[in-house]
Design a protein. Structure first.
Length: 394
């Protein structure tokens, strides 16, 4: 190759090359699309949340609550039998525990004897009234005789046939007879006072004895403990053979058909809550598959801290504001409770529809929560026994 010959050309370069800024441009486009999607999603959420969604308040700080009826011993005794255990269902009036009735039976027998003695004593008081009437008649006759003797002796003394001493004795006899008549009348009045205006059954002494017998019979009935309400037995602590004192807790009965939910809403959620607003409840035990329906039946009178055993002292030390919670009671549908039973203390989630705000903020006037028959001593069997004792000693 000569020195003047041109150099050979280099290999041909690619016909086209990608621009240096292609990737940043594509990335920018993707970010723009993502930003648009986020903005659209935010707008959609805001529309549904603030414009289309119904107003409601929700909390998962909610727990199932209910009455826990404590069964206690009303009188001391030794446990002979236990008829129900934990987790078992009992009906109102069903036997729960039997205590040894030996001491109570002795008390009933003693009261029966005192009643019989009171009836007999009252009969004696009525007899004393008749006796006092006879004593008055006798004293009246003695006074009449003494006055007649004194009159005769006065006539004889005028003729000198009777001495002055004998006449004086006759006058003293009249005074004694008059005093005996006064005493007989006073004794008759006293005898009438104990029975006047009464009969054997209404005499104060007999009525006191009847009350004592009823008390002994009531104590005897306390040896047989029955369920005051229907429910499930829980917290049984008593054992067979145990000696229990009056007031000793034996077990508890929980009526699972009368449960409610205590939902602890934040104080910032209470503004729109009203009594009577509908609520939906889901319990953790069943999850979201089962939804309970209820309504707001009351708001607590204060926050949990206000009624704590050791309430906070925010006026001293370093103060940190903490949002308080107030318990809101949610009533449950009884039919739903029967279909899907709940237990006291279970966790729940409560959502309250606050669209209707016409209800009151404070609960209605107090009404009777529940009742159970009281033992007033007028049991037909007790009354029949009392009548029998009175009739046998009348």
């Amino acid at each position: 190759m000569s020195d003047t010959e041109a150099p050979a050309p280099s290999p041909a370069a690619p016909a086209t090359q990608a621009p240096a800024g292609g990737k940043p441009k594509a990335r920018k486009t993707g970010l723009t699309i993502l930003a648009v999607i986020v903005v659209v999603a935010a707008i959609v959420w805001a529309v549904f949340h603030f414009l289309l969604a119904k107003p409601e308040e929700e909390t998962d700080d909610a727990y199932v609550a209910g009455d826990v009826v404590a069964i206690t011993a009303r009188d001391p005794g030794q446990v002979l039998a236990i008829h129900a255990d934990n987790t078992q269902t009992v009906k109102a009036g069903q036997p729960l525990i039997d205590l040894d009735p030996a001491t109570a039976d002795v008390g009933v027998a003693s009261a029966a004897a005192e009643l019989a003695r009171a009836v007999r004593a009252t009969r004696a008081d009525f007899t004393k009234v008749n006796q006092s009437g006879a004593a008055i008649v006798q004293a009246q006759a003695e006074l009449t005789r003494a006055r007649a003797d004194y009159a005769r002796r006065q006539g004889a003394a005028a003729e000198g046939a009777v001495s002055g001493e004998e006449l004086s004795h006759a006058a003293d006899a009249v005074k004694v007879a008059a005093a005996n008549l006064t005493l007989a009348k006073a004794q008759a009045a006293q005898a009438r006072t104990t029975v006047q205006g009464t009969e054997v059954g209404t005499n104060p002494a007999v009525m006191a004895a009847i009350a004592a017998y009823r008390h002994a019979a009531i104590t005897r009935s306390h040896m047989h403990v029955v369920a005051p309400i229907s429910g499930v037995v829980a917290q049984r602590t008593v054992q067979v053979g145990q000696q229990v004192a009056a007031g000793t807790p034996l077990m508890a009965v929980v009526p699972l058909d009368r449960l409610w939910v205590d939902a602890n809403f934040r104080e910032t959620q209470l503004r729109d809550l009203r009594i009577g607003q509908p609520a939906t409840i889901t319990a953790d035990i069943y999850g979201g598959k089962i939804v309970y329906h209820g309504k707001v039946i009351g708001l607590g009178a204060g926050s949990g801290n206000a009624f704590a055993l050791l309430p906070p002292q925010n006026a001293s030390g370093n103060w940190i504001k903490i949002v308080q919670r107030v318990p809101v009671r949610i009533g449950l549908n009884a039919n739903e409770l029967r279909e899907n039973p709940l237990r006291v203390g279970l966790s729940a989630t409560v959502t309250v529809d606050t669209a209707d705000q016409n209800g009151p903020r404070i609960g209605s006037a107090a009404t009777q929560v529940g009742s159970t028959p009281a033992m007033d001593g007028k049991d037909p069997a007790i009354e029949a026994r009392i009548a029998q004792i009175i009739a046998a000693n009348r």
